[in-house]
Design a protein around this ligand. Structure first.
Ligand code: 5GP
Length: 185
């Protein structure tokens, strides 16, 4: 029986990172975290909403005692340009003091969001603070932020899928892609 093509797929101009590539890389990142934090308990903090799928897959590769918390910050709204303003929409449920914290981000673009989060979390005195980002749009960086675990570098294009949206759509695509130009207009 032929597989029906969901209509969202018609809006995709190009697949930049396939489902298979993501699976392989996420498993590698999990293995590195297992090694680096062997013997420790970790707290994984996912930045909503874009890191949702990445977190769900990554944590299945982590074989350590692990707790999860969520943080929501303001992002691009419905456009594709950063406002440069970072606002906490939902703070963490738990204190992070003395804990081994890994921030899980979908994509680091200008670096403003991550810079803000790192500063905020450092004030709360975790034992250690690391960053795991699925995507790194390095060419667009305005603030130099440390990223300990990077899934993939991506070019300067607005990407969607695997948790990343355009105007809240396309998050469920299983790959990372770019949309046809007419969709963004
Ligand atoms: P930054 O503060 O580093 O400029 O931006 C970080 C946030 O902007 C990301 O967590 C993500 O929500 C959003 N963002 C940046 N680039 C992209 C992109 O190419 N696609 C999508 N969907 N969101 C992006």
């Amino acid at each position: 029986m032929p597989t029906p093509t969901p209509s969202l797929y018609h809006d995709v101009a190009e697949v930049l990172i396939s489902e298979e590539q993501i699976k392989r890389r996420v498993a590698e990142l999990g293995a590195r975290i297992n090694k680096d934090f062997a013997g420790e308990q970790i707290l994984v903090i996912a930045v909503l909403k874009g890191a949702l799928l990445f977190l769900a897959d990554l944590m299945r590769h982590i074989d350590l005692p692990l707790a999860v918390d969520f943080l929501a910050v303001s992002s691009y709204g419905t456009g594709t340009q950063s406002s440069g303003v970072v606002r906490i929409l939902k703070d963490l449920d738990e204190p992070i003091e003395h804990r081994h914290v890994i921030i899980v981000e979908d994509i680091v673009d200008s670096g403003r969001t991550l810079d803000y989060l790192l500063r905020l979390f450092r004030q709360r005195h975790p034992a250690t603070l690391h960053v795991c980002a699925l995507l790194d749009k390095r060419d667009r960086r305005e603030i130099d932020v440390p990223i300990d675990y990077v899934g993939f570098e991506v070019p300067d294009a607005f990407v969607v899928g695997y948790g990343l949206d355009f105007a809240e759509h396309y998050r469920q695509l299983p790959f990372i892609g770019v949309l046809k130009p007419e969709i963004y207009q």
